[in-house]
Design a protein. Structure first.
Length: 90
């Protein structure tokens, strides 16, 4: 299992900014892939998260958790912190 957070973003996406901000408040490091002009990375994102056409697309430990709204819901349900702690990301 991958022990990192990956987030696919675009330059002007407000939800991408919110996702990164939430991760930063958790002290969780992440790798960002800007797909604004990178069709290969966009294709990679679509392959990893079939049907995903919007950004951000967030992967924690190699598992797709969806976008910002999904990650925010995990946080509000008290599930994000344990997920990050389990992977040693927090």
């Amino acid at each position: 299992m991958t022990k990192i957070i990956e987030i696919y973003t675009t330059f002007t996406c407000p939800y991408c900014s919110r996702a990164k901000q939430l991760l930063q408040t958790k002290g969780a490091a992440y790798t960002e892939y800007d797909v604004t002009m990178d069709q290969a990375k966009r294709a990679e994102m679509a392959h990893r998260a079939p049907g995903a056409r919007t950004v951000p697309q967030i992967f924690i430990g190699g598992v797709s958790i969806g976008g910002f709204d999904d990650m925010n819901a995990l946080d509000k349900a008290g599930k994000l912190d344990p997920m990050l702690a389990e992977l040693g990301l927090q």
